[in-house]
Design a protein around this ligand. Sequence first.
Ligand code: NAD
Length: 362
Amino acid sequence: MSKQILILPGDGIGPEIVAEAVKVLMCLRAEYGLHLDIYEALVGGSAYDEHGHPLPEETLRLAHDCDAVLLGAVGGPQWEPLHISVRPEKGLLGLRSELGLFANLRPAILYPQLAAASTLKPEVVAGLDLLIVRELTGGIYFGRPRGVETLASGERQGINTLVYTESEIERICRVAFDLAGKRGNRVCSVDKANVLECTELWREVATRVGTDYPDVELSHMYVDNAAMQLVRAPKQFDVVVTTNMFGDILSDCAAQLTGSIGMLPSASLNAEEKGMYEPIHGSAPDIAGKGVANPLATILSVAMMLRYSLDEPTHAERIERAVSDVLDQGLRTADIAAAGTQTVGTAQMGDAVVSALRASAG
Ligand code: NAD
């Protein structure tokens, strides 16, 4: 049966990098018989310009109807003066909450060819392959009460609430344990149980869920220590599971270990494993329209989509191998360029991945 994929190029470099990912999908369709139908819609600032809203109804309808969503990036300085309710980021947050995308998967993988790109010593990061599983629809980013209020004294106070139900903790932990079972069989649950009651409950539930996965080793770590360990000895981690805010911070830290924001994909999944896939970087307005952006994070997001939402792991591996082949050929976009490599633009990089895919089709 044909898979339905919604493409949301978004803003800035979004359309440039997504075009390369679509070339890859088209190649899989033409050369390897992957059955898929592609739909395209607007989101973010471009949707606001056209429809007066960053998440038009038509985009949301298509997102509900399709099997998976591939998003470029949203945002840019021209939309910053807008009211917060219609800023481009609202399109992204709206999609996450409307589709119930509670599990954010962010791998931090360092391709051996790019070991020199990290700011850490090569021996600390060479071979790094960790996965951060971040809870995405709960916690302090959504808890109520929230806001800024004025006290009787006239002074203002800001309030946010950290809240998790047992079922919210359990479902994200299960995602982490299931994924660890397909990787290195280790889960590290990160909390602040020594200070926050909410994450004391998190630790208790994670431990309980862990008893259902006897083959997966569970450890617990306080978030301050986890931040330190990520830069001290990151290869000790396999799967890290944590709350929305801790995951937001730790996943950026883990991404930076690889030194290349243009290389890292992400997935956000709901209970039915429907997902939205996107590079971890933003819309890079500073290089938009110049044809120099790295499309590999978006292309690798397609690989995650094939693996997690479309049940096509063989196609996912083909893409990952093609990306590695292209790096072996010494091709680099400007963000990952190094001495002795050949700097190419966005479209040339996409074409090179497609050629590598075709070559392996024989
Ligand atoms: P950014 O990730 O867009 O850019 C940070 C730096 O990395 C820039 O120097 C940029 O040129 C570079 N960069 C990013 N992606 C690259 C790529 N594929 N190839 C080469 N270089 C790349 O972050 P920012 O500058 O803080 O934000 C710019 C806009 O993006 C803002 O409007 C922000 O709100 C938005 N944003 C969107 C998302 C998203 O859509 N998921 C995520 C983060 C930021």
